[in-house]
Design a protein around this ligand. Structure first.
Ligand code: ADP
Ligand code: MG
Length: 322
């Protein structure tokens, strides 16, 4: 009972970007090397996420839409040892409950199509499709007007999706991402693992050429990434990409550590662009603080904050003298 509370659903789906996040995470779990995200009208009218991953067996497609049928959490200890991003088995059921969902999947042996309409399965049959999985979501919140009302203008909803896909592309530079809006390609990465190429795509040449690579470690933490010199950066807000063991996270203490460290070197009205991946023993990470999986807690966080502070100071102290 305690455990089921710990994994209890918040609302997984609030806006189209949540659907993109859940589907892309599933694609990554399925070892996709290429993921395409197509949105129409901010994803409110239609979202299509296509991957070239492992696909699903016919019998698993039925289970995938049953809440917690796929939950990989067996006991409380497992919460601290999560290797895949999906672990609650509630994304697909939640999405299928509030939209029309058509899923086609091919695991190399068989291809299956499943269609759900606002929680009801209306089709499950053999089909033919390329290897991998394609999920099409239309009519989001059509039958729940109270929630439809909370969606913003399509341009805003698309900007949330675009920011998310940018972050995912940065965290998974070895995966080829493409994002389109209303049939127009907006963003594409090569999947060749080149983070600078992605920074270039997002912020332009000047920022990319000012990026400083860093790589440092303590016994517990290995941090690496890029810091953009605050002098050059013309961003009008903070861009901090923090991932822990390659999973994007949100952490106020770490964000503050970065801002503090930058502060000394930052001219007024300039903001850091900072990308950091933290490699750490999964035993030191609790990712299940919130059902949306963004929030984390770290053991020995103070050591990490100090490592980040020293690393940033080391990068910019020299630069300022010259
Ligand atoms: P979770 O990811 O927490 O297991 P989801 O509801 O997100 O739960 O997905 C349910 C299951 O459906 C996954 O565990 C996986 O087995 C399968 N699945 C979903 N999307 C894909 C995909 N793109 N490729 C392969 N399998 C998938
Ligand atoms: Mg999932």
């Amino acid at each position: 009972e305690h455990l089921s509370n710990m994994i209890a659903a918040g609302e997984v789906v609030e806006r189209p970007a949540n659907i993109v996040k859940e589907c892309v995470e599933n694609s990554i779990d399925a070892q996709a090397t290429s993921i395409s995200i197509e949105a129409w009208e901010g994803g409110i009218d239609k979202l299509v996420i296509t991957d070239d991953g492992l696909g699903m067996a016919a019998e698993d497609t039925a289970l995938a839409f049953v809440r917690h049928a796929t939950s990989k959490i067996l006991d409380e200890d497992d919460l601290f040892n999560i290797q895949t991003m999906g672990f609650r088995g509630e994304a697909l059921p939640s999405i299928a409950a509030v939209a029309h969902v058509e899923l086609k999947t091919n695991n190399g042996q068989e291809a299956t199509e499943v269609v759900y309409d606002y929680g009801e399965k209306i089709k499950e049959e053999a089909t033919s499709c390329p290897a991998g999985t394609r999920i099409e979501v239309t009519g989001l919140f059509y039958k729940t007007p109270a929630r439809f009302k909370y969606l913003r203008k399509s341009n805003y909803e698309f900007s949330v999706i675009a920011e998310l896909v940018n972050k995912l592309a940065l965290s998974y530079p070895h995966i080829r991402f493409s994002l389109s809006h209303n049939g127009r390609l907006v963003f594409q990465t090569s999947g060749k693992g080149n983070i600078l190429e992605i920074i270039y795509q997002m912020y332009g040449k000047e920022v990319a050429s000012a990026a400083e690579a860093f790589d440092s470690r303590t016994l517990d933490f290995h941090i690496h990434g890029y810091a953009i010199q605050p002098k050059i950066n013309r961003a009008t807000k903070y861009f901090m990409f923090i991932s822990v063991n390659h999973r994007l996270v949100r952490s106020l203490p770490l964000q503050n550590a970065i801002i503090d460290a930058y502060h000394e070197f930052m001219p007024p009205n300039r903001y850091p662009i900072f990308l950091i991946d933290i490699e750490v023993d999964p035993q030191l990470v609790d990712v299940n603080v919130h059902p949306n999986k963004w929030e984390i807690r770290l053991t020995k966080q103070n050591d990490l904050v100090e490592l980040i502070r020293q690393t940033i100071a080391g990068l910019f102290e020299e630069k300022l003298k010259t």
